[in-house]
Each structure stands twice: as structure tokens, then as C-alpha cells.
Write a protein that binds this ligand. Structure first.
Ligand SMILES: C[S@@+](CC[C@H](N)C(=O)[O-])C[C@H]1O[C@@H](n2cnc3c(N)ncnc32)[C@H](O)[C@@H]1O
Length: 219
């Protein structure tokens, strides 16, 4: 998906984003992000890619000892993030071209971002470059599973009037497309392995629709 489209849409909805996400995940997003942080381990310089409103960095806490850096192409989202975490650094940019030196970070997280990326393999190459040896990557995302077809059907029929009312046609279709582009968990694992990561743990949430995956950079 083009990052320009994504940046435009996320900037436009930045004002309602946090409330909307809590609502559609029944508040689950907060515990998933805490699980991700627990699995990745709370230490070292931390980069949150597609940081949005900066929730993952905020959850690391003010007492976090390493650097906390968030990157996102959506200016509107970054403005919200800056208000939430004053001691974090925020950078306007894209996952596929990370503006950092080799081996800068110990951790890279992506919460609900991986399926939005324009080029997942280019991002993983960049992640390998900016991660320290044995550095970890953590991904929360919606995976493609048996029920995805039902969800898409509902989004295109029963839920459509609500989606159009709240977001308008362009944004609602963007959300549908982003679900259509989600990958099965096994496929994400395969891509990670092929790009030089060893998958350490996978947790599933929301009846298996959401996965929380951690992987380590191999030598
Ligand atoms: C669903 S939001 C997730 C925000 C936040 N991580 C969270 O969990 O609430 C997806 C975010 O990914 C960003 N994004 C889209 N394409 C991107 C890319 N190519 N590189 C980095 N971020 C991207 C969007 O601007 C948006 O803020």
C-alpha cells in the first residue's frame, strides 16, 4: 500500500484514532502492546515504526533508560504522539528507508503497521541494518485467517453504512484493502526467516485474528 495514501488517511483520522482503536479492539490493544513489550524485553534503544500516536513508546514509561524513538509518515499522528511522550524523539519517515546508522537500536516494534507497509522485505533489510546483533523485532498485526472472509463480507455489507458515516468512502475502502492485504501468520514467519530473523514467540489474540510475534536478528 502506498505510504502517501496511508499517511494522508492516518493524519486525517488522528483526532479520533485512539478512541476508535480502543473501541474496535474492546480495549485489547493496550494489553497486546504490554504483552509485546514484555516479550521483547524492556531495555536498550527502542524504535517504534509506524508509531502513530506513540502508544507503545508511552507504555515503555518515562523511567525507560534507553532512547525511545518513533517514526511515521503521518504528520497528524506524530503531533499527537509528541503530546503523549515529551522525552521521546519523533521522526517523519518510512519503514522502508530508515534514517538511522547501523546498529543503533536493540528493539524495533510495529503495532498494527506491518500489513500497511509498501514493501515489507525492504523494511526488514533496513531493520537488520539498524538493529544491533541479536536485536529484536516485535510485530502486532491482524493475520489472515479463516474468518477474514466473513469480516470482509461484513465490512462490505452490514458494517458499510456505519463505516461510511464515520469515515467516508475513501477511508472505509482503505481499511477494507488493508485487511485484504493481511498475511497468514505462517507467511509472516517465512518472510522473517528469509530476511534473517529467527522467530522466538507467537501469541494469538481476539479468536486468533491478531498475532503478537517476536523475532531476533540472526548473525
Ligand atoms: C494502524 S496505525 C498504527 C499506529 C500505532 N502503531 C498503534 O498501534 O496505534 C498504522 C500506522 O502506520 C503508519 N504507516 C503506514 N505506512 C507506513 C510506512 N511505510 N512506514 C512507516 N509507517 C507507516 C501510518 O501512518 C499509521 O500511523
Amino acid at each position: 500500500m502506498s505510504y502517501k495514501t496511508a499517511a494522508e488517511i492516518f493524519s486525517q483520522i488522528s483526532g479520533i484514532y485512539d478512541r476508535f482503536l480502543s473501541l474496535i479492539t474492546f480495549g485489547g490493544i493496550h494489553s497486546w502492546q504490554k504483552d509485546l513489550i514484555e516479550d521483547m524485553g524492556k531495555e536498550g534503544n527502542w524504535l517504534d515504526v509506524g508509531t502513530g500516536t506513540g502508544e507503545v513508546l508511552a507504555k515503555l514509561g518515562e523511567s525507560y533508560e534507553g532512547l525511545r524513538v518513533g517514526l511515521d509518515p503521518a504528520e497528524g499522528m506524530l503531533r499527537k504522539a509528541k503530546g503523549k511522550c515529551r522525552s521521546c524523539g519523533f521522526v517523519l519517515g518510512v519503514a522502508e528507508s530508515l534514517p538511522f546508522k547501523e546498529e543503533t537500536f536493540s528493539k524495533i516494534s510495529l503495532s498494527l503497521v506491518f500489513r500497511h507497509l509498501e514493501d515489507q522485505r525492504s523494511f526488514l533489510k533496513e531493520a537488520r541494518r539498524v538493529l544491533k546483533e541479536e536485536g529484536k523485532i516485535g510485530i502486532i498485526d491482524v493475520g489472515r485467517f479463516g474468518g477474514t472472509g466473513v469480516l470482509l463480507f461484513l465490512m462490505k455489507t452490514l458494517l458499510r453504512p456505519f463505516g461510511l458515516l464515520i469515515f467516508g468512502k475513501e477511508k472505509w475502502e482503505f481499511f477494507i484493502r488493508s485487511i485484504e492485504e493481511s498475511l497468514p501468520v505462517e507467511e509472516v514467519k517465512r518472510i522473517l526467516k528469509e530476511e534473517g530473523f529467527e522467530v522466538l514467540k507467537v501469541r494469538r489474540r481476539m479468536f486468533g485474528t491478531v498475532f503478537i510475534m517476536t523475532a531476533k536478528r540472526t548473525a
